[in-house]
Design a protein around this ligand. Structure first.
Ligand code: BES
Ligand code: MN
Ligand code: ZN
Length: 495
């Protein structure tokens, strides 16, 4: 897809389609007036007749209006003018993309009224255009045997008006990279667990390393993991016939030696719960339990593609959590790589076990910041639903940075408290602590467990159990929190 800005003369522009906003007050958006004048007031007439109300998400394609360079005009409902904000603008653009992709339109000029520049400046506008196009173009690479539909016709998007074209252009390029990274995440997460195994994840990471200069990938197999004494990770993996993998992705783009940002991903390629078996309804969704790992791989491809001047390390702990004759049992005690012992009271609290060893591994990089990303707890979904990811951490500055990045990227997270009282719930009579702390405050006690392995590091934890995928008709990976992580990394690169 090619992006650019249009400057003036929408009416005479030689594109296939003009995309114009209409407010609920049946009022044409700002860019619409000269277009309407050029076609003899036909657009206003259409609105006066009440044929298009401008409700949010509504679209209407009008063709062959005399006096215009473009063959088509696509009207997009923007909702009420008073309620126009960044998120409603993104929805309008998403509706426009979906409508364009139903046609054979190959090029368009977009002129949807923007909220004020404080909400969406030229740079973020460019980013939102490219991200929205990328999200709209995404198709699940399904295994359906029916013939695949024809490839999309849309190849070129001109957007405007903008004041600083260079800022918008930079936004297009970043937005396209974010969309590409989100596609990497979604493709991996959408795959069934019989395809996307720990071994497969490692192969995919290796392939990405070959494709991007500056991205180095190393994979620890089971023997190497054992040498690292990752007893908690191995306890989870021992019930499965699929061998575990520990994947290290390292991108060094910084000018001089720089303490890295370390991203740690939960890569449970399928979570049955183990001996503490989950209920059957919805268990298929536990193929998404490697979404954190996919987000880490996606983030590393983004920094490599944009060649950001950063040092970033990605760590992926990839295992399958299965019941079986060799599976870990409730009450078993594992010794983590850090030396601390853990009583595994519930084998379904496996994510924190593999993250414990991965977070400990992060230490050797003397990181500037460590962020783990995990579909960690159902309790986080109960607490926050599907709109905000949960964020907790040992470093308030880092947590705030992530909250801000999520807000700017419209991929938000919300802080939950992480104070010492919660550690009470993890007490064990037989080991240093237990891996579960009861139902109450489950998202927080999970993070409290992780904190035992991040002492002395600047660390934050993103619980994406409620945001990484959706159920229902549009079932599948959402690509979150790739936009959040991208914004965080882009901000770090700029400072
Ligand atoms: N992968 C699940 C968490 C999860 C639940 C993700 C729902 C997405 C949707 C995790 O491994 C898990 O099973 N957590 C348990 C922890 C409990 C045993 C303390 C949970 O949330 O029930
Ligand atoms: Mn589990
Ligand atoms: Zn899990």
């Amino acid at each position: 897809m090619e992006f650019g800005v249009w400057t003036k003369g929408l009416a005479t522009l030689g594109v296939d389609c003009l995309v114009l906003g209409v407010f609920e007050e049946a009022e044409l958006g700002a860019a619409g007036a000269p277009v309407d004048a050029a076609c003899g007031g036909r657009l206003k007439k259409l609105l006066q007749r009440g044929d298009f109300a401008g409700r949010a998400g509504e679209t209407l394609l009008v063709s062959d209006l005399a006096g215009l360079g473009a063959t088509h005009v696509l009207l997009i409902g923007m909702g009420s003018r008073k309620q126009l904000q960044r998120r409603s603008w993104r929805k309008a653009w998403a509706a426009a993309v979906a409508a364009l992709l139903r046609t054979r339109i190959g090029s368009c000029a977009v002129a949807l009224d923007r909220p004020d520049a404080r909400q969406l400046d030229d740079y973020y506008f460019g980013r939102a255009i490219a991200e929205g196009a990328g999200a709209g173009l995404y198709r699940v690479n399904d295994l359906k045997t029916a013939k695949k539909p024809a490839p999309p016709a849309l190849k070129k998007v001109l957007a405007g008006p903008v004041r600083r074209a260079a800022a918008a252009e930079r936004g297009f390029s970043h937005g396209a990279a974010i969309a590409a990274a989100a596609t990497v995440q979604r493709d991996l997460a959408n795959l069934p667990a019989n395809v996307c195994t720990p071994t497969f994840l490692a192969e995919q990471a290796r392939a990405l390393g070959k494709r991007h200069a500056g991205l180095r990938v190393r994979v620890l197999d089971e023997a190497a993991i054992r040498r690292e004494k990752m007893g908690c990770l191995l306890a989870v993996s021992q019930g499965s016939h699929e061998p575990p993998r520990f994947i290290v992705l390292e991108y060094s783009g910084a000018k001089k030696a720089q303490a890295p940002v370390v991203l740690v991903g939960k890569g449970v390629t399928f979570d049955t719960g183990g001996i503490s078996l989950k209920d059957p309804p919805g268990m298929d969704e536990m193929k998404f339990d490697m979404s954190g790992a996919a987000a880490v791989i996606a983030a590393l491809t983004l920094v490599a593609q944009l060649r950001l001047p950063l040092h970033v390390v990605g760590l992926v702990a990839a295992v399958e959590n299965m019941p079986g004759g060799r599976a870990v049992k409730p009450g078993d005690i594992a010794t983590s790589a850090s030396g601390q012992t853990v009583e595994i009271l519930n084998t379904d609290a496996e994510g924190r076990l593999i993250l414990a060893d991965a977070l400990h591994y992060a230490r050797r990089f003397h990181p500037a910041a460590v962020i783990d990303i995990a579909t960690l707890t159902g309790a986080c979904v109960v607490a926050l639903g599907h709109h905000h990811a949960g964020v907790m951490g040992s470093d308030e500055g880092l947590v705030r940075e992530l909250v801000e990045a999520g807000r700017r990227a419209d991929d938000r997270c919300w802080q939950l408290p992480l104070t010492e009282e919660y550690a009470e719930q993890l007490k064990s009579n037989f080991a240093d602590f237990a891996n579960v702390g009861g139902r109450d405050g489950g998202a927080i006690t999970a993070a409290t467990f992780l904190a035992k392995f991040t002492q002395g590091m600047k660390w934050a934890h993103l619980d994406i159990a409620g945001t990484a995928y959706q159920s229902g008709a549009a079932k599948g990976s959402t690509g979150r929190p790739t936009p959040l992580l991208a914004d965080f990394l882009l901000q770090r690169a700029a400072r």
